[in-house]
Every structure is written in structure tokens, then in C-alpha cells.
Ligand binder design. Structure first.
Ligand code: NAD
Length: 341
């Protein structure tokens, strides 16, 4: 028999790490949410672990395809609360058919993600990752560490939503020219910040010394960076991707790196990151040959999907997620802009 008051909502939280648990527990005091924290990802095979939860809470690498959603709906789950912005890992149309509500965190800290993109750029360009290792081994030589001034160079920003805009504004602060492309350009913002819009992404790629990707992953943006488009990029340019791995065709990127086409590549996301990123695999054999190859290039810097990881972002993610789960008990409305199905 269920002894809980009817206003208590049970939420199964998949793929959690200590920092997620702390932030969600802190944000949910007095909200009547009973958390079931699970450290594995949600897939068709693990969906039964949701038990009798009314809500499941998931992150970027949980896989909510049709079979998984079917299991959740059959168990009586009513809400899928994503604790991220992108929702490309959920079959939204099928969720609608099943009358599952799907929410995301529409805004948390665009600064967290944009600042990480810039951190990757600065590190790659000035080779501080290599300098750090050298100096620790008492190698004080500067050979091979020559970078370029960002000032007066051109940064190409593809996608000028919340994160793309903050990135553009930071780079304007370095004195860079910013050339941008978006399906829905914001001309007022561009005028105020001195950003120029291009007619097509190809124009951005052809004219930029640094390219940073800030679109969601959609059928149109999948492999926006591939062999033909890398060919358009300026030789010696730097590519940054903190958005979604599949914006970049990894095999084509490896060919371009082997040919010396690019000065540097900074990736916080990788198209096959599921099951690898966020995990400590230091005692295991890496089976992903493309990732293994990428890790051999001195001018490739990879972080493990950590661009969001600031205290401010975690608090805001937890606040929005708690509000959306509480909405099931009728305590609060869903956060504006968060319902995607
Ligand atoms: P947003 O919705 O504010 O902005 C996305 C922009 O992309 C919009 O302006 C949209 O018009 C544009 N866009 C969509 N399709 C396009 C296309 N085909 N061509 C050009 N522009 C297109 O989103 P945001 O908050 O800026 O986040 C962007 C992405 O960053 C998210 O979708 C997510 O995948 C990624 N992200 C990554 C992390 C991380 O930790 N690495 C954290 C948060 C978000």
C-alpha cells in the first residue's frame, strides 16, 4: 500500500553523479519529491528501474528512443524531466503519442558553456596544455608553442542563440571580428555588439580563423562539419565544438588533422560519447578507435562534456528540474519554455 501523501512525487533520476545529487537535494527541500538516484544511464534495458516513479529525470546520454519510452509509459511514468537544454536524445514525436510530458532546462548558464568554449580556444591557441606538462618535467623550452593573436582575427559563430551570443560577445571583447550565421539572425543584437551576419554557414567557414559551433543537433546540423565543409575552412584555423558531438563528422576531422589542415580542435562533445564521457575508464581498454586517434594529436583538446559544470549552472539546472517535477503535484506550473512534448 502506498503510504505517501498524494502530493509527494517520486522521481527516478538516471545517470547521476554526486554533484547532481547534491544540487537536486539542495533545490528540493520542502518540495515533496522522493528521489531515487540511479548511477546508470536510461535505455530500453534499464527503463524498468524507474519502478513506480511518476517522473524520470535524465541527462544528455540517456537514450529515450521508442522502445525505452514504451517501457516508461507502460509503467505509468508521466513526465520525462531532462536536466539539460538539448533534447535530441528523446523521440519527441513518439513521446507526444504516448502522452508523456517532456521538459528540459531551457536556460541555465550560457556563461558556463561559452566560457568553456573560450577556455578551449585559448588553451589550444597558446598551447598551455602542452606548456603545463613541459614545465612540470623541467622542460622550459618554447619550441612548438607559437600561437597567434586573437585580436583582429575573425571568429565564426554558427548558431547565435543564448550560448553563441555570449561566446561572440566574449570574443568581441578580445578585439576579434565576429562573423555569425543563424537560421534566425538577431539583427538588433548584432548591431549592438558589432557582430556581422553572413548569408550562409559556408561564408562563415571560408572567412574565419576560429570557428565555434553553437547550434542544437538537428537533421540539418548533423555533420555540419564534414569533409566538404572542412575543405572550405581557412588552413590553420581552430575549430571548437561544445554543442553536440554529431555536428562534426569525426572520421573527416581525423583526415583533416592528419593532413595538417587545422591548427587546433577543441571538443567538449563527441559523437560516440555515450558510455565513455562522464565515466572513469582509466583502468580499462578504450575500444573507440576514432577517439583513441583523436587523443594522439597534440593540437586536439578534449574535455568530457563539462562545459556546463559550474556551481551556478548546477543550481539553476536543479531549480528548474525541481519546479518541473513539482508541477506534477500541481504545486507550480512548468517553467516557461521548458515543455518540449
Ligand atoms: P539556443 O536554442 O538558445 O540557440 C540555438 C541557436 O541555433 C538558435 O539561435 C537557432 O536559431 C540556431 N539554429 C538552429 N538550427 C540551426 C541551423 N540549422 N543553422 C544555424 N543555426 C541554427 O540554444 P543554446 O542554449 O545556445 O544551446 C546551444 C546548444 O549547446 C544546445 O542545443 C546543446 O546541444 C549545447 N549545449 C552544450 C552544453 C555542454 O555542456 N557542452 C551545455 C548546454 C548546451
Amino acid at each position: 500500500m502506498n503510504e505517501r501523501p498524494s502530493s509527494v512525487v517520486t522521481a527516478a533520476v538516471f545517470d547521476t553523479k554526486p554533484y547532481d545529487r547534491e544540487a537536486l537535494q539542495r533545490a528540493s527541500a520542502n518540495h515533496g519529491i522522493e528521489w531515487h538516484f540511479l548511477d546508470f544511464r536510461l535505455t530500453q534495458d534499464s527503463a524498468s528501474a524507474a519502478g513506480n516513479a511518476r517522473a524520470v529525470c535524465v541527462f544528455v546520454n540517456d537514450k529515450l528512443d521508442r522502445p525505452c519510452l514504451e517501457v516508461l509509459a507502460a509503467q505509468g511514468v508521466e513526465l520525462v524531466a531532462l536536466r539539460c537544454t538539448g533534447f535530441n536524445n528523446v523521440d519527441i514525436e513518439f513521446a507526444k503519442q504516448l502522452q508523456l510530458t517532456v521538459t528540459r532546462v531551457p536556460v541555465y548558464s550560457a556563461y558556463a558553456v561559452a566560457e568553456h568554449a573560450v577556455a578551449l580556444l585559448l588553451t589550444l591557441n597558446r598551447k598551455t596544455h602542452r606548456a603545463f606538462n613541459r614545465v612540470r618535467e623541467l622542460n622550459f623550452s618554447l619550441n612548438g608553442l607559437v600561437g597567434f593573436d586573437l585580436h583582429a582575427k575573425t571568429a565564426g559563430i554558427i548558431g547565435t542563440g543564448k550560448i553563441g551570443r555570449v561566446t561572440a560577445e566574449i570574443l568581441r571583447g578580445f578585439g576579434m571580428r565576429v562573423l555569425a550565421y543563424d537560421l534566425f539572425p538577431s539583427h538588433d543584437w548584432a548591431r549592438q555588439t558589432g557582430v556581422e551576419y553572413a548569408e550562409a554557414p559556408t561564408v562563415v567557414l571560408q572567412n574565419s580563423d576560429v570557428v565555434s559551433l553553437h547550434t542544437p543537433l538537428t537533421p540539418e546540423t548533423r555533420y555540419i562539419i564534414r569533409a566538404e565543409t572542412i575543405e572550405l575552412m581557412r588552413p590553420g584555423s581552430i575549430l571548437i565544438n561544445v554543442s553536440r558531438g554529431a555536428l562534426v563528422d569525426t572520421k573527416a576531422l581525423i583526415q583533416a588533422l592528419k593532413a595538417g589542415r587545422l591548427a587546433g580542435v577543441g571538443l567538449d562533445v563527441y559523437e560516440e560519447e555515450e558510455g565513455i564521457f562522464f565515466e572513469d575508464l582509466s583502468g580499462e581498454v578504450l575500444h573507440d578507435d576514432d577517439l583513441a586517434r583523436l587523443l594522439t594529436f597534440p593540437n586536439v583538446l578534449i574535455t568530457s562534456h563539462q562545459a556546463f559544470l559550474t556551481g551556478e549552472a548546477l543550481s539553476e539546472i536543479a531549480r528548474t528540474t525541481v519546479a518541473n517535477i513539482s508541477a506534477l503535484a500541481g504545486q507550480e506550473p512548468f517553467i516557461e519554455g521548458s515543455v518540449v512534448a
